[in-house]
Design a protein around this ligand. Structure first.
Ligand SMILES: Nc1nc2c(c(=O)[nH]1)N[C@H]1C(S)=C(S)[C@@H](COP(=O)(O)OP(=O)(O)OC[C@H]3O[C@@H](n4cnc5c(=O)[nH]c(N)nc54)[C@H](O)[C@@H]3O)O[C@H]1N2
Ligand SMILES: Nc1nc2c(c(=O)[nH]1)N[C@H]1C(S)=C(S)[C@@H](COP(=O)(O)OP(=O)(O)OC[C@H]3O[C@@H](n4cnc5c(=O)[nH]c(N)nc54)[C@H](O)[C@@H]3O)O[C@H]1N2
Ligand code: SF4
Ligand SMILES: [Mo]
Length: 726
């Protein structure tokens, strides 16, 4: 057959790069950047280029697989659904709805239908046992957005192309792309373009990263102490009377922020973050004086115990210097679908976790709580779990405890392409559909693009016959369990009827699918730049279409606070900031004198893709980077075998000397050490590198967002052996 070309976009990360896929005989021959995509292709990277290696993964799960003894056998879907439904119903019958739950990981968010139907299924059961990747990622943003703007999803986007002063805190966009609950494709390249035109880039990072290399100023902050730096900047600006009128016109609470700043001492704050006081003063004045500017805070900030306070103070800085809803600052992009309203309608009722007694954040409990909820007896105990697009044993804290807990479940179901570490004890492995094999309209995240944009994610190839999209698995499970999707009786009947009509008429298009929701979303979409998007527009523009210029002046009205004002000083943030101020500055312990930082691999997505030959041709492993002066103190040389130990555990790896981390900080890439099993072929598992998150305990978390402090473990380094002579 002749080759066909499909234009779609990569759904590995929010950069959503436009791609051109050459297809022949239902096989991907080539993936290139779609240079006709008007918005998004510029970040195109090797992960997108090699996406077909996941589709054709030699260990891909191709049919439902049932555990039999130590191995797996392929089964058909009716058997899988019947068995899972029966076992879950029995557990619910004896223990109640909380016996069943789910964890969902990061890729679930890049499907337009996955989470809607997963939540519909969880609502059908009526369980609160819901755990999400946000608790090892972006929960701080949700908590701050809720408290300051009235909706956990009201996340401002960056107006890069008009920005004169970028203050990037805990972000490494040169490696990770400019995305974290926002999609600014090519964001780093665009920031560097601004820099060439005179803009200033300041990178705050304890590591001299690839981004720091390019910055005008790199501030090697003490890890976990960004809150002190940002509070000091707020103090300098307020004390000097440099605040913008937005401080009072757009927001309430400036008096409380002023009182907090007044109670803090600049020298103390400078000592905490280890950045000289005069440097902070200059930085604060320059930032306030810049024509346009923005602070962005990312995972380097959120994965710390002080994450929410630092995230909050970043937003405070933006508000008090007039950066919200102004060119070159942080803008509100309403998107073509009013997600804030829809999210308000679909709110999960408040719930406290059984064991730790904590509230949900953005509709889910913290991953750190999962082991206890499985192992602690009593009513409400979790006994059956679905892992949907996630690898929490590697991605989250204290994986060994979670692994042991997962083994105790009565039923573990994993939906994925391959069987990874977290799926080790799975009773069922269910085959998922890759984005190259799937259609998506990411309407609900349209407000995360940094310019008004829409693209229908076409599918390039047909999935393996037995692979199923998650929405379908959850619908089928609800039907098999005879429980009403979304908790609304009519839905199951409606879906069943549509299936009957489709079968009877021989027209599969009449069967319910998420495309119906897409069409509804477009039909009821809000006007962007005065024009309503039509389905035809999406169809006629396979490269995507920019829906006019960026709109300003929509932020205030979109606020979901009652008085349409920003809450500058939520009381719980103030209280936590006061606690941080009152606590003594941390000093390294004698047993564990180093802090363990981490970095991302350009060619991996958290715990996956690092097994692909096209991305990692050789030397697949992670090492521990140690500052040469620390290494010489330890007697460690480049290439030595070392053990990295914390109070929680230890891992063995190779030392690499590097002057990139600040002294006292050692760095390991996260996401390694996940086994890739071979449930079909029965070959030995593949494993590369070690999981540095085994060194992090579950107790260490930011109390406000319940995000695990994956960036804050205390460790020591033990030398095991000399490097081999090379
Ligand atoms: N120390 C440390 N730890 C971290 C971080 C850090 O910076 N430092 N980062 C954190 C962050 S930001 C994140 S987002 C988390 C990630 O945490 P998780 O999302 O739990 O883990 P991932 O490694 O992304 O694993 C995703 C899994 O989904 C599968 N998958 C991919 N696409 C699909 C799909 O379409 N359908 C299905 N069913 N499965 C799919 C993959 O094969 C893989 O097994 O890790 C966190 N952990
Ligand atoms: N190649 C690649 N790209 C990715 C991903 C990937 O795994 N690989 N993951 C995607 C995902 S899921 C996400 S959420 C985004 C995340 O995007 P980013 O948040 O930009 O992620 P990182 O590259 O980990 O950058 C975090 C930086 O924070 C620094 N840091 C650590 N502790 C501190 C601290 O206490 N203070 C400060 N100021 N800095 C600190 C680290 O040294 C690191 O350089 O990236 C996405 N892009
Ligand atoms: S993984 Fe690479 S190609 Fe895919 S969206 Fe992210 S930056 Fe773009
Ligand atoms: Mo993430």
């Amino acid at each position: 057959m002749t080759a066909a070309t499909v234009h779609t976009f990569c759904r590995y990360c929010l950069a959503s790069c436009g791609v051109e896929v050459t297809v022949q005989d239902n096989r991907v021959r080539r993936i290139a950047a779609d240079k006709l995509n008007p918005h998004s292709w510029h970040d195109f990277c090797a992960k997108g280029r090699t996406a077909a290696e996941v589709v054709e993964h030699p260990r891909r799960i191709l049919a439902p697989m049932r555990r039999v003894g130590d191995g797996y056998v392929e089964a058909d879907w009716s058997e899988a659904l019947r068995d899972i439904a029966d076992r879950m119903n029995r557990l619910i019958g004896s223990d109640g709805p909380e016996a069943v739950g789910a964890y969902y990981g990061n890729p679930a968010g890049y499907s337009s239908s996955n989470l809607i139907f997963m939540n519909g299924w969880l609502d059908a059961i009526g369980t609160h046992n819901r755990y999400a990747v946000g608790s090892v990622d972006q929960n701080a943003v949700h908590v701050v957005a809720q408290a300051m703007y009235g909706s956990p999803l009201m996340v401002p986007v960056s107006d890069i192309d008009d920005c004169d002063f970028f203050l990037l805190v805990g972000a490494n966009p040169a490696v990770s792309a400019w995305n974290w609950l926002e999609s600014a494709p090519g964001g780093w390249r665009r920031a560097l373009e601004r820099q060439r035109g005179g803009a200033r880039i300041v990178v705050v990072d304890p590591v001299r990263t690839e981004s720091a290399d390019k910055a005008d100023t790199h501030l090697a902050v003490r890890p976990g102490q960004d809150w002190a730096l940002l509070l000091a900047m707020v103090k300098v600006i307020l004390d000097a009377g440099l605040q913008h009128r937005d401080c009072t016109e757009l927001a309430t609470g400036s008096a409380e922020v002023r009182a907090l700043a007044a109670a803090a001492d600049l020298d103390d704050l400078a000592a905490r973050c280890d950045i000289p006081r005069d440097g902070i003063e200059c930085l604060a004045r320059d930032f306030a004086a810049a024509r346009t500017g923005m602070v962005i805070t990312r995972t380097g900030v959120s994965l710390q115990e002080s994450g929410t306070v630092a995230e909050w103070l970043g937003h405070v800085l933006n508000v008090i210097t007039g950066r919200m809803d102004r060119p070159g600052g942080r803008r509100f992009e309403p998107g073509y679908v009013d997600t804030l309203r829809l999210a308000g309608l679909a709110q999960t009722p408040p719930h406290r976790s059984r064991v730790a007694g904590r509230e949900m954040v953005a509709g889910a409990h913290a991953l750190a709580e999962l082991p206890d909820e499985i192992t602690t007896g009593g009513p409400g105990r979790l006994r059956a779990l679905v892992i949907n697009s996630g690898n929490p044993v590697i991605a989250g804290p204290d994986g060994s405890r979670l692994d042991a807990a997962l083994e105790q479940l009565d039923l573990l179901v994993a939906i994925d392409f391959v069987q990874r570490e977290s799926h080790r004890h799975a009773d069922w492995l269910l085959p998922a559909v890759h984005w190259l094999e799937r259609e998506d309209l990411l309407a609900f995240t349209s407000g995360m693009h940094d310019e008004p944009f829409a693209q229908f994610g076409a599918r390039a190839v047909a999935p393996p016959p037995q692979a199923r999209e998650e929405w379908r698995i959850f619908v089928d499970l609800a039907l098999a369990m005879k429980r009403p999707l979304f908790g609304a009786r009519a839905v199951n009947g409606f879906i069943r009827a549509s299936r009957r009509v489709a079968a009877w008429s021989g027209r599969p298009g009449l069967e319910f699918s998420p495309r119906w929701i897409d069409r509804l979303m477009i039909a009821t979409s809000r006007k962007v730049n005065g024009r309503r998007l039509r389905w035809r527009d999406l169809r006629d523009n396979p490269h995507g279409l920019v829906l006019g210029p960026r709109e300003f002046g929509r932020f205030r009205n979109a606020l979901r606070t009652e008085d349409k004002l920003v809450r500058l000083a939520p009381p719980e943030f103030l209280a936590r900031a006061r606690d941080l101020l009152a606590a003594p500055a941390t000093t390294p312990s004698a047993d564990f004198p180093f802090l363990l930082g981490n970095r991302r691999n350009r060619h991996a997505m958290n715990s996956w893709l690092n097994e692909l030959p096209g991305l990692h041709p050789s030397g697949k492993r992670n090492v521990v980077f140690i500052h040469p002066e620390d290494a010489s103190m330890l007697g460690v040389e480049d290439g030595d075998q070392v053990r990295v130990c914390s109070a929680r555990g230890s891992v063995q790896t190779v030392a690499a000397l590097s002057d990139r981390p600040r002294r006292g900080l050692v760095i390991m890439e996260h996401g390694w050490g996940s086994r890739v099993f071979d449930p079909r072929g029965g070959a030995a598992p593949e494993v590369y590198g070690v999981n540095r998150n085994l060194l992090v305990g579950a107790a260490a978390m930011d109390p406000l967002s319940q995000t695990s402090a994956l960036g804050g473990a205390h460790v020591r380094i033990e030398r095991l052996g000399r490097a081999h002579v090379r």
